[in-house]
Design a protein around this ligand. Sequence first.
Ligand SMILES: *[C@@H]1O[C@H](CO)[C@@H](O)[C@H](O)[C@H]1NC(C)=O
Ligand SMILES: *[C@@H]1O[C@H](CO)[C@@H](O)[C@H](O)[C@H]1NC(C)=O
Ligand SMILES: *[C@@H]1O[C@H](CO)[C@@H](O)[C@H](O)[C@H]1NC(C)=O
Ligand SMILES: *[C@@H]1O[C@H](CO)[C@@H](O)[C@H](O)[C@H]1NC(C)=O
Length: 348
Amino acid sequence: MAHSKPHYSFFLLSHVLIAIFCGVNASSIPSTTRIIPSTTVTGPVTVQTVSDNTPINFPKLSAVNDTTPEFWFFAAVSPDLNASATVTFFTTTEDGFEFVGDSGSVDTVLVQITFPNGTSFSTELAASEAVITSSTGDLTDTADDVSGSISITAIAPPHYPFSPVEPGQTLEVAPNLGWENAVPGATANVKVNIQGTPVEFTGIGYQDHNWSPAPFLSIFSSYYWGLTQLGPYTLVWFDVFDLSGVEHVSSYVAANGAIIVAEKGSNTVVPFGANDEFPPHAGDGDPTGFNITVDLGKEGILEATVTAEVVLAEVEGLFTRWISKAEGGIKGGTQYEGPAMNEEFRLT
Ligand SMILES: *[C@@H]1O[C@H](CO)[C@@H](O)[C@H](O)[C@H]1NC(C)=O
Ligand SMILES: *[C@@H]1O[C@H](CO)[C@@H](O)[C@H](O)[C@H]1NC(C)=O
Ligand SMILES: *[C@@H]1O[C@H](CO)[C@@H](O)[C@H](O)[C@H]1NC(C)=O
Ligand SMILES: *[C@@H]1O[C@H](CO)[C@@H](O)[C@H](O)[C@H]1NC(C)=O
């Protein structure tokens, strides 16, 4: 055992982005560093689709070309649902992920903060290079109008789309949609200052990583994704409809530091209330919430009702990300409440 608690941090300086991932099986992770320059390569790049012994969170693309998006997402939500912070490190062009826009660099960082009064702040920073490394360190996030730190300490083991972290597993949650989840559940400490306004809270945290050989908005039809912590349970759902209409469902539940399920298809994610069309289509409005049901085998059925509270980010008719309130627990057992963050894409 290397470290008692996996701890994930990053440094963001004005012109160089350094993401540091440390902690999970740190003793077995070679101290490897990958530098991703701000410009693209021409022609095909190699895309990893099956796990090997490479550390989780390391780049799965051999380089960035004009159509290959890759990004690392960090999230924190306050227990009272009033505040949130998300930081996404992208290595992509605008063709690779249209929502990112053209910052002039492949390496961009999107910071989105929700203030306690519900107002959102968003800024995008362009870096001259990204350095992805495995090492120890604390987190600092410094830029022109954003400073402070977002630090997450894992409470649940990492996983791949349909398995724990082990070699030989698929890394695609749906065709061409690479995904790995280094930190499904964490305690997050957020201390940031946004243009003079402090936002500080201790809440739930999360971190994952996506990549694709093709533009992100061209590879699937729709998806529901989200995370919550309900009492002892950490729950992550990812329910994707691919371009041919086939549904791919990833179920993850952990409790007390151990995985209960990390597998394909033992859950359902059903929208309710307004706009509950299933599966959703481009142009549809926002549902009121989602019911998530996961079969934990002999431990029972975990049921969560996740109701939208605050819209964090949206592209009308295509994408919404929320802070939500989760309520639920094992069917027939103790019921809990907890903060959640979730999103829906509907692209076709
Ligand atoms: C980028 O690499 C992917 C994966 O090898 C390939 O399918 C795609 O055609 C490449 N894009 C460009 C613009 O060369
Ligand atoms: C947080 O939200 C609650 C409920 O909406 C509200 O009563 C409270 O004043 C908010 N806290 C802050 C710091 O804004
Ligand atoms: C919410 O708080 C932020 C930070 O203090 C402030 O900039 C913004 O104007 C506030 N929004 C409203 C609607 O009061
Ligand atoms: C969602 O769950 C709630 C609480 O269990 C239940 O009342 C409601 O009928 C469910 N809705 C759908 C569409 O499954």
